[in-house]
Design a protein around this ligand. Structure first.
Ligand SMILES: C[S@@+](CC[C@H](N)C(=O)[O-])C[C@H]1O[C@@H](n2cnc3c(N)ncnc32)[C@H](O)[C@@H]1O
Length: 359
């Protein structure tokens, strides 16, 4: 075969596989949003009629979804040949699709991709004009995606693995007088809640620009029993208007989304108490552009032009960082914000790199 035919056919094959995978993911979104997986976990194996009744959905649609899910390998077919097909959800799959506390919970990624699809017309228009696309255009489902996909990391790892790797931080959070924490770009509040749950004396102020996220965060803190020590405010990171100084000022997966990351980092520096800590966690990507990337970086590239770059172009000064915020970029932002240096912390995480901003 000619080189042309070989490369042509390889691309067709790759896009064919990607199309199957994209459609698989949208079926996961149906299962997640309609409660189909939950019903199968609780009452399975179920026939289409049984699933339809359990979830108040149409039986013909239920049959099509179940058959697809069995062909995709997500569900098993359990019944006797010749009888009506019943479908089961293997335990391992139930953890990935339903266990909101598990580090393997991945169903929310489907809502992320659906949210991108929802905002795609605005992204197409933005490519033409250079304008940004506001965070809220990606919908409640996208906000829920970030909230649900990050929550298990915060609740399982923040207090037990991440903070003990930051010099002096645990000691300060457990000491007197009670430590004050500012959690910048806190989204729906799970990092703030994890800090309050892990450190019983600390109080936390979470701030975020997005009103919907802050509403959710307040509800989450209330439901988690920490609302007496965790408050949330709608505020701009570069102009936080908070009173006093904070022993820890942190920002999780948010600096790259900001229109003014340097302004935000300068404000974080100004909020830091004497001897306090400024901690940033953001995407784990290579230090410079390369096409030879691992899947983690490929995953991050997937969101960049479609979501993170457009949200970082919604306002002046339009940093337009994109998801791929490399360590040298953060170091430059930090230095422009007045920090002397940035240290990479020895925290092992597939998705994020942790930075200590000093000086
Ligand atoms: C990817 S989400 C991460 C949310 C949360 N930190 C987490 O890890 O789940 C990025 C968040 O940054 C917020 N954000 C973006 N620009 C901001 C700004 N200038 N000030 C405050 N929050 C901002 C968004 O509203 C969004 O909630």
């Amino acid at each position: 075969m000619s080189d042309h035919a070989t490369t042509r056919d390889a691309l067709v094959e790759r896009l064919f596989g990607a199309t199957i995978a994209a459609l698989d993911l949208l079926h996961v979104q149906l299962g997640d949003e309609l409660g189909l997986y939950a019903a199968l976990a609780e009452g399975g194996p179920l026939t289409a009629a049984g699933l339809a009744e359990a979830c108040s959905v149409d039986a013909r649609y239920a049959q099509e979804w179940l058959d697809h899910q069995a062909v995709a390998g997500t569900l098993t077919v359990e019944t006797d040949p010749g009888g009506e097909r019943a479908f089961g959800l293997p335990d391992g799959h139930a953890e990935v699709l339903l266990d909101v506390d598990s580090l393997s919970y991945f169903a929310p990624a489907a809502a992320g991709v659906a949210g991108i699809a929802q905002a795609l017309p605005q992204v197409v228009a933005a490519f033409r004009t250079g304008a940004g696309v506001p965070y809220e255009e990606y919908g409640v489902g996208f906000r829920g995606f970030i909230s649900r996909i990050n929550r298990p990391m915060f609740l399982n790892l923040l207090a037990k693995e991440w903070f003990p790797a930051v010099p002096g931080l645990v000691e300060r959070l457990e000491a007197d007088p009670p430590a004050r924490v500012a959690d910048v770009g806190c989204g729906t509040g799970w990092s703030s809640i994890a800090i309050a749950q892990g450190f019983a004396r600390a109080s936390v102020v979470g701030l975020d620009l997005d009103e919907g996220s802050i509403d959710d965060a307040r509800g989450n803190a209330e439901a988690s029993g920490v609302a007496d020590r965790v408050i949330f405010e709608v505020r701009h990171a570069a102009d936080p208007g908070l009173k006093g100084r904070f022993d820890l000022v942190c920002a999780f997966e948010t600096i790259h989304d900001m229109t003014d990351p340097v302004g935000a980092l300068a404000a974080m520096r100004a909020l830091r108490a004497d001897g306090g800590t400024v901690l940033v966690a953001d995407e784990r990507v290579a230090d410079e552009f390369t096409t030879d990337v691992e899947d983690g970086e490929r995953f991050q590239w997937g969101w960049s032009a479609l979501h993170c770059l457009p949200t970082a172009l919604t306002d002046e000064p339009k940093a337009g960082t994109g998801t791929i915020m490399r360590a040298p970029t953060l170091r430059r932002y930090a230095q422009e914000a007045g920090f002397a240096d940035v240290e990479v912390l020895p925290i092992d995480n597939d998705f994020w790199r942790f930075y200590l901003l000093v000086g």
